[in-house]
Write a protein that binds this ligand. Structure first.
Ligand SMILES: [Zn+2]
Length: 344
């Protein structure tokens, strides 16, 4: 079965000197034709679908602000809106739902939703961190509750694995008390938004898992985290489908963070989560773009994701292109601390 993708560039969601800009996708876009993956059309998410996660007052306020007051800054991250941002955000969420539908309807084996604005910082009652609506959370909730209207059974358990450089606070907030969603976030500790410590959700051990990594953590630390934490998390939770919030801002030369992944590391991670989906979810996995602020890193990282989804080898050129020039800190104690807290 094939791999599919959506592409929502949102060219008019742009703000002077802001890193979350359409040009993030400029090197990736012409490469998309070269992947063994089919582009599928995106429908905007409906207000009802957005409402699976977000408060109606937030949806109404954001629409009003975008249509009547934009452009402007709506939080300190800073998060901006333009006159098109409300519609762009509906289309971004729709891009993830479309991919999810393709996979759940068995029209595709797996998928990658390349969308912006990103989503994982957006909480049920506030937009924040460059995010308007929480795209992955909306699609995950749709897989749980929206399936009946599409003539297929609803899922009972989905997992979201988030390895953007930043904590997926919005996704965690959306599912803090939702037993049908497991959430794991591996991120740099001590940067925006400040949440994501190991003990954030003591009532949900093994279901809400945070892996706060020190600055400089790279391929070695992430491989250990995948083997020691991602794997037992999936084996214990037994999801029927996996979403991956992938951000390419954990790359060692991202302009706004200080982690240490290389393109080869991104490929290793993508392979490992695809393997987990093969073992536990009949291969059902949807990657969702979150952050990543260097256009070359986004292009190379997305290439690594497509190579993993299509069971291709990462080209040697890409693997050797960008090794992390810095020495990684030893993260073993932190990883063991996470394992101990959850009993993994
Ligand atoms: Zn990020």
């Amino acid at each position: 079965m094939k791999t599919v993708h959506t592409f929502v560039r949102s060219p008019n969601h742009v703000y002077p000197d802001h890193p979350e800009r359409p040009a993030r996708l400029d090197i990736l876009e012409p490469r998309l034709k070269s992947f063994d993956a089919e582009l599928i059309d995106t429908e905007p998410a409906t207000r009802e679908e957005i409402g699976y996660v977000h408060h109606p007052n937030l949806i109404a306020t954001l629409e009003k602000v975008c249509r009547e007051e934009a452009p402007g800054i709506i939080d300190y991250a800073p998060t901006y809106v333009t006159p098109s941002s409300f519609d762009d955000a509906l289309l971004a969420a729709g891009g993830v739902i479309t991919c999810t539908d393709a996979v759940l309807n068995n029209d595709a084996k797996n998928a990658f939703a390349i969308v912006r604005p990103p989503g994982h910082h957006a909480e049920p009652d506030r937009a924040m961190g460059f995010c308007i609506f929480n795209n992955v959370a909306v699609a995950a909730r749709d897989a749980l509750v929206g399936a009946a209207s599409r003539g297929r059974p609803s899922l009972q358990r989905v997992a979201i694995i988030d390895y953007d450089a930043h904590h997926g606070n919005g996704t965690q907030a959306a599912f803090l008390n939702e037993e049908r969603v497991g959430f794991l976030s591996a991120h740099q500790w001590g940067i925006y938004p400040g949440t994501g410590w190991i003990e954030d959700a003591p009532h949900a051990k093994k279901r809400i898992v945070n892996v706060p990594l020190p600055a400089g953590a790279g391929d070695i630390a992430y491989e250990r985290a995948a083997d020691e934490i991602f794997r037992p998390f999936v084996e214990n939770y037994k999801p029927q489908m996996i979403f991956v919030s992938v951000g390419f801002d954990a790359h060692w030369n991202d302009p706004i963070t200080t982690l240490g992944l290389s393109t080869a590391g991104y490929f290793m991670l993508a392979k490992k989560v695809v393997q987990l989906a093969e073992e536990h979810c009949d291969g059902k996995i949807v990657f969702v773009l979150e952050g990543g602020y260097d256009p070359m890193n986004v292009a190379n990282g997305a290439t690594a994701v497509f190579d993993a989804l299509t069971n291709s080898r990462l080209s040697e050129d890409a693997a050797l292109r960008d090794p992390n020039p810095r020495k990684e800190p030893d993260c073993e104690a932190r990883i063991q601390e996470v394992c101990k807290w959850h009993g993994f």
